[in-house]
Write a protein that binds this ligand. Structure first.
Ligand code: 6GU
Length: 247
């Protein structure tokens, strides 16, 4: 899968997309991330990419010409691409959108600065607009990195263990159960005895109860979307009782 990123800050993308799983996926040719500097497509002598807003007001607006010139140059070389503007005005990014995008051969991610991009770019030159959450960033660059990470890990071969992207939080809208590793005693704090008992069935049931309880306590919005089985209700109740006994 190919990610084309249009930005006025190409340097921001170097280390975050060169390390770890995304970096390895690039090295192995599973994904290709191409970062393009919008400034290179600015025609005037000063390579201006923004200008004052018509109608007045604070801040600067990104000019349409350099972005559209970059889009035209990129669109023509490679497989079909969806052009996405990253903006707080976009639809809210989530796991379902990540899955949808992971089925496409190529994405063009346009990083706007927070004051905005000329509306004609959004209206006539992009197919989609995405926000990564209800808070304001200084630009779309971090949002683009979040999207590349979330989409890349869904592609075949990117995670070593194929099952894990499927089993994650939000495939079913349930939070993950707590995890523990060695040492068994860390500064006087132990680990739940059930995890040491060796019974896979007991461990599975305990984890499911913990996952459900966590979801109900921390994310009632997700919990409301669940349809718990009869067993789920039993496991949830015993997780709740276990917590009650601890306090
Ligand atoms: Cl995509 N851009 C900016 N500037 N702020 C955001 C965002 C995007 N998503 C959430 N906040």
């Amino acid at each position: 899968m190919i990610f084309e990123i249009l930005t006025i800050f190409p340097g921001m993308f170097s280390s975050p997309l060169e390390e770890s799983i995304v970096g390895k996926a690039r090295d192995r040719g599973l994904i290709d991330v191409r970062v393009h500097n919008i400034r290179d497509f600015a025609a005037d002598r000063h390579q201006m990419t923004d200008d004052r807003p018509f109608g007045g007001g604070e801040g600067m607006v990104m000019k349409p010409e350099p972005i559209v010139k970059a889009l035209r140059a990129i669109k023509d070389c490679g497989p079909p691409a969806r052009s996405i503007l990253l903006t707080p005005q976009g639809r809210l990014f989530n796991q379902e959108i990540a899955r949808e995008l992971s089925r496409l051969p190529r994405l063009i991610l346009i990083c706007g600065r927070y004051e905005g991009v000329d509306e004609r770019v959004a209206e006539y030159f992009t197919e989609d607009q995405i926000s990564i959450g209800d808070y304001v960033l200084t630009g779309g660059e971090l949002a683009a990195m979040v999207m590349v990470d979330a989409v890349a890990r869904l592609l075949p071969g990117v995670l070593g263990n194929e099952g894990s992207a499927v089993a994650d939080s939000f495939s079913e809208p349930v939070l993950e159960h707590p995890q523990y590793t060695r040492p068994q005693d860390f500064e006087g704090m132990g680990v739940p005895a059930v995890l040491l008992c060796g019974s896979h069935a007991s461990i599975r049931r305990w984890r499911r109860g913990q996952a459900l309880l966590r979801t109900r306590m921390r994310r009632p919005d997700l919990f409301a979307r669940l349809s718990p089985t009869a067993e789920d209700i039993v496991l949830l109740e015993s997780a709740r009782r276990e917590l009650e006994e601890r306090v």
